[in-house]
Design a protein around this ligand. Sequence first.
Ligand code: URA
Length: 485
Amino acid sequence: MTALQHVKLGTYYVVHMPEPDDFAFWRERARQLVQCDVPPDRVAWVEPGGNGSLFSHGDKRLPVPDDATRMIRASKRFLSIAKNVAHHSDPERFSLLYAMLWRLQSNPRLMEDKADSQVRRLEDMDKSVRRDAHKMHAFVRFRMVGDEEGPEGNGEHYVAWFEPDHHIVRREAGFFVRRFANMHWSILTPRGCIHWDGEVVRESGPAQKSDAPQGDPAEDLWRKYYASIFNPARLKIGAMLKEMPRKYWKNMPEAALIPELVAGAQKRESEMVDAGASLFGEEFEDRPETLAAIDKAIHACRKCPIGSLENEAVMGEGPDDAALMIVGEQPGDQEDLAGKPFVGPAGQVLDAALAVAGIEREQTYVTNAVKHFKYTQRGKRRLHQSPTAKEIDVCRWWHEAERAIVKPKVVLALGASAARAMLGKTVSISKVRGEPMPLDDGSELWVTAHPSYLLRLDGDAKAEQERLFAADLAAVKERLSQLVG
Ligand code: URA
């Protein structure tokens, strides 16, 4: 410690962060420091590679609390914001978080004080990290780098270049693993890289743009596709620039088309109006032939307006030779976040009823009529909105492609949207439930209520609908036993 620090600062603690985004480490050290009554101006939080040499006391010298069981006050809101802020690129983030944790000990409701400048700063940082993650989900574009057999016989490898504003790469690995589980890929960034070989995620240090491939033949196809779905009637340049800031354009093959498409938009719009065209895109020419290919393709689908909300397409799930295919309406809030169908409250109702009927969900292919979550934003909540008939009809392309691969013997449609998706016309559940209807591929369609409907009821009406739902599932089980034993 220099004389100046010694005189002016007294004991000064330095915490060397092992990683720039290690929230768990920060939390452990911060608790220890609060328990030892070390005020924020006596602690320096040093990032990896940061200049810790100004301070002579290292992490090892942190004080040991007399009473490590002393309760630390940290509101849920603080913790949920802190988890995101730990990924921010601001070098002061850990100090700021510690200052706030310190203040929360005497004022546990501090996070509710919107006029407090530190609260506002944390909230802005939280938002900026979430936005960065959203951009990464939306704008990472993989390019194929050779399809020769690799050393492990991996075959195709895809590489993407992305420039995040914050330390989000490790944290977002799970998202890309779920989305692109069947591909082998690397995401290279100046803040570190992640790699997936179909089994494990590996990390490596920062990369440069020149390490990433600059284009592959598939991009021409992608550009063509983008040009065909680009809808001039929906063009809002301000909103587009906000959602797709120019800094991401250089890594997106389709972006090369944007100036040209924008310039031609007015002309195309009037042509579309003249032709009486709607907001919906045209059919693709070639139907994907594997579930993995559908999974990949649905994320790019913008054939109806739902796909342009801030959401992710959710692929069906289950064996590709399942005898039973269950079709819901659309993913809900939790399904959108998890990337899996029926994992929220409606999924729990469904799971319980399947178990009672003796139908194994693991042996069933579960999907939705509409692949994206349609919602309206109310404050922080995303409220479900029913898809329109047109949106359901446009999305038939996808579940028909799934059905052509899985070839189920029985399809069970949950609710009116799913029934419409299967039949191409609106039907009343009470009129069609309980009896099979033939589908053109030789399978049988059974229709029942949607589990969310049961959740909205109470009292006798709920008991009656639960009874009918259970009876429908029992009939489906019986039929499956006849068809497949
Ligand atoms: N409701 C649906 O219809 N599908 C889901 O995946 C979840 C809720």
